[in-house]
Ligand binder design. Structure first.
Ligand code: BG6
Length: 489
């Protein structure tokens, strides 16, 4: 498939030797470059200070690329052409004086400039001021930031105030990498390009919606970071609520960034705030203890490297959310996410109501409703579960559940780009549809802050769960109380 060639645009990666840049950004840029999606003269400049010189920097990039690239080491010929575009600029990113030398790379104001802040948020403000002082903030400059965007509504507003004192909202691209995943975009196609689905997508036909993002990894050596965040702020506030907003939003008038984001923010603003009592009943938090994942023994959260003696940080959270609007009144949205769960899985499951009257009597069991499964990972699947008759001559009609597979054709799957490829290209093409607007982040924080404050007030503490399980048993009970169960393929 041909990708529309991108505009004349250069990139500056601040934090150019950090984990995000090495694991995600250079591989994505390399793939874009190989697909002719970057302009021929593109300059990609890494701003960092660890490597002594460009050779050292390039060796580090290559070493990490070869380690993490799913299809193995880079081909030597295209790689050597790619790195001709990759430059190293060792400097203090917070010093305007130090950054003035970047004019040598980005002096041509005609060309666009994408600045990716792959750094901790506490230096966003000084870096932006330094960029401004160095003359790099122009109308065509775009700034890309990624979570954690604050730890609550107030700290998000502080970060945002700093950013928008230098850049306009249109210049700020807030990444949530889940929005770059192929199936997430397919959800839009599924909902709004098919006339058979949208009429069923409401409280008349939908019984409940389940959103699961399960990981089997632990905190991956980031105990200190994770201890401050927890599953609610690390995953649910952003990735799960973004999935929820896309699954639940009204049809936008157009596929324009503003129309799509206007509809998403409306959903987030309709999330019902929870009283202390509701939080007690409708939320579950857990922390993993030692167990086994994929047949291997793993330690508990408190035994992870860098762990301290006591911690009340949740590594698992499940929430029953309700959306107070016409479409979704009365339909629970069950959300759950956690580390060290049984396996890696991200999916949205829409469970439809039972038929109003069964002419099949007990042959149509209570768990035989229709279901749409939209799986993002590990595999990308969209399937619709329907009932049909088993072949045979029996007098009664024996029923069975079958899956109608709407999965991408194989060649399409092979072409599915990594989320960062799609998102970087969208910044270059100045298409903010898949980026999160400030008011969406605010609405998500407002709802999450309310729940977290209630946890504090009622002294809610995480329940233990064994690594390799599906979280604390209370999470099963959360759904079972409503006469439902978590979907298991
Ligand atoms: C990040 C979280 O945003 O998403 C990590 O900070 C998590 O803790 C990661 O592991 C999961 O992303 P993915 O794409 O691997 O599901």
């Amino acid at each position: 498939m041909e990708i529309a060639s991108s505009a004349n645009c250069d990139l500056l990666i601040v934090g150019g030797e950090g984990d995000l840049a090495l694991r995600k950004l250079y591989p994505a840029l390399y793939a874009l470059w190989r697909g002719d999606a970057l302009c021929e003269q593109v300059r990609i400049v890494a701003l960092a200070r660890k490597s002594p010189d460009r050779e050292g920097f390039l060796a580090l990039v290559k070493e990490r690329f070869d380690t993490y690239n799913p299809s193995g080491a880079a081909d030597p010929e295209p790689w050597s052409q790619f790195i001709e575009h990759l430059h190293y600029y060792p400097a203090d990113a917070t010093s305007a004086e130090a950054l003035t030398g970047l004019q040598e790379h980005f002096g041509n104001a005609e060309r666009g400039l994408v600045v990716y802040l792959a750094t901790p948020p506490h230096i966003f403000a000084p870096v932006c001021r330094a960029l401004e002082g160095a003359g790099l903030v122009r109308p065509s400059t775009r700034i890309v930031v990624e979570k954690p965007l604050g730890s609550n509504l107030e700290s998000f507003r502080d970060i945002n105030r700093e950013l928008t004192s230098i850049f306009t909202e249109e210049q700020v691209y807030r990444i949530d990498h889940y929005l770059g995943k192929e199936t997430v975009q397919n959800l839009l196609a599924l909902r709004f390009a098919n006339s058979v689905i949208e009429p069923l997508w409401n409280n008349r036909y939908v019984d409940n919606v389940q959103i699961t993002v399960a990981e089997n990894i632990g905190v991956s050596g980031r105990w200190n970071f994770y201890e401050e965040a927890g599953a609610m702020r690390d995953m649910l506030q952003n990735h799960l609520l973004q999935l929820l907003s896309l699954a639940a939003m009204e049809p936008p008038a157009h596929l324009s960034a503003e129309d799509v984001r206007n509809e998403k923010v409306k959903v987030l603003s309709c999330l019902r705030p929870m009283t202390d009592e509701a939080v007690r009943n409708n939320t579950v938090i857990g922390q993993y203890t030692a167990g086994a994942v994929k047949g291997e023994a793993v330690v508990g959260y408190m035994e992870e490297e860098g762990a301290e003696k006591t911690s009340h940080t949740e590594t698992f959270v499940a929430v029953k959310a309700e959306i107070d609007n016409w479409r979704w009144a009365g339909v629970p949205f069950y959300l759950r996410t956690g580390k060290r769960l049984q396996h890696r899985l991200a999916e949205i499951v829409v469970e439809f109501k039972q038929v109003p009257h069964s002419i099949f009597g007990p042959l149509l069991q209570s768990d035989s409703g229709n279901r749409m499964v939209i799986r993002l990972q590990p595999d990308e699947i969209i399937s619709l579960e329907l009932m049909n008759k088993q072949a045979g001559l029996e007098m009664a009609l024996p029923l069975q559940q079958v899956s109608l597979d709407l999965t991408f054709p194989e060649e399409n799957e092979r072409a599915a780009p990594d989320a960062y490829q799609r998102l970087l290209l969208d910044v270059i093409r100045e298409n903010p549809t898949l980026f999160v607007r400030a008011d969406e982040v605010e609405a998500a924080w407002r709802w999450v802050d309310g729940i977290r404050a209630a946890w504090e007030r009622i002294g809610m503490r995480p329940k233990n769960y064994s690594a390799g399980s599906w979280g604390p048993s209370e999470s099963i009970a959360l759904v079972a109380r409503d006469g439902r169960s978590w979907y298991e393929a």
